[in-house]
Design a protein. Structure first.
Length: 314
């Protein structure tokens, strides 16, 4: 599994899940009678804004599928039983969690659930979109097969005891210790010392330029450092007042990525890039490439934006 910083890792997949960690004064869970009746086992359960952090931890040992739904959503009522059936047949290799977006507005916002049903995977605390809308059972099976393959490639091979009602009994595979410089970067991030984390990752890349985990971690921690003390409203106003101010546009793009508005960030930077003369484009191109790395090359938003950037370059 990629050794992604615990806070920065939430940025991948355009979901600001880090904002849900250690959240204070979170709303209480809905009364039991209002929850889905399917939350009756270790394999299928309801989660809320207040309990979601437990699921993030669980996803470090077993793949978690998140089904975002609402009572008024008819396609959700068609899809959810299909997903549950497939999950139960996998006998503990996957856990399904259900999120009622009407009852849990923080999770709705974090996942950017503009249309439902929306199904997302969590692997090692990192979200990855699976599909939107109701799809046939056979297609659900194919998606889950691919999910299990990706999970295995990342060392997430634990299982949950399906016979233990409501109890998490994930069998955690033995974790390999982090390389010293990665461990130093993690410790620095937890302490809020992003400059020290940057130094550690840069040293790791000096020793091994092909260290993809260090490269991803470096991009994420740099982003965290850039947005750490920025006032969102002031930054947006500055960008609106000066649309040709490259630094102002770069700042808002960083904030958009950190907040989960990835397409907005890429669109903003690509528009700025297109409006600049050739000699002035380098900073914008560099930031785009860095943010592509933060999100991951396979992210469809990255693929789309990279294609557009290439067309603008040539």
């Amino acid at each position: 599994m990629s050794n992604v910083p615990p806070d920065a890792g939430a940025l991948r997949g355009a979901v600001d899940l880090s904002a849900l960690k250690n959240r204070q004064n979170a709303p209480a869970a809905p009364p039991a009678g209002e929850q889905s009746a399917s939350a009756s086992s270790a394999l299928v359960r309801d989660v809320t804004d207040a309990t979601f952090n437990e699921i993030l931890e669980l996803s470090r040992t077993v793949p978690v599928v998140v089904d975002l739904w609402a009572e008024w959503c008819e396609p959700c009522k068609q899809l959810s039983p299909v997903i549950e059936k497939v999950v139960r047949e996998l006998a503990g290799r996957v856990v399904l969690v259900k999120v009622d977006i009407d009852q849990n507005p923080q999770l709705k916002q974090a996942f950017g659930a503009q249309s439902i049903p929306m199904v997302v995977a969590l692997l090692g605390g990192q979200p990855a979109p699976l599909f939107n809308g109701a799809i046939p059972e056979q297609q659900v099976r194919q998606v889950f097969d691919q999910l299990l393959q990706v999970a295995a490639q990342n060392g997430i091979t634990g299982t949950v005891d399906a016979s233990a009602e409501g109890e998490e009994q994930a069998e955690e595979p033995e974790e390999k210790p982090l390389p010293p410089l990665h461990a130093e970067a993690f410790a620095a991030i937890e302490a809020g010392d992003y400059a020290r984390a940057v130094t550690a990752y840069e040293q790791a890349l000096t020793e091994n330029p092909r260290d993809e985990d260090a490269q991803a971690g470096l991009g994420q921690v740099k982003l965290l450092a850039r947005v750490q003390n920025v006032d969102l409203q002031q930054a947006r106003q500055a960008a609106a007042d000066a649309p040709m101010d490259v630094d102002a546009q770069l700042t808002v793009a960083d904030l958009d990525v950190a907040g989960g508005h990835v397409e907005d960030a890429f669109d903003r930077l690509l528009e700025v890039f297109a409006s600049l003369d050739t000699d002035s484009r380098a900073p914008v191109q560099q930031r785009l490439v860095e943010l592509f790395g933060v999100m991951g090359a396979a992210d469809p938003r990255v693929v789309k934006a990279r294609t557009r950037l290439t067309s603008l370059l040539f």
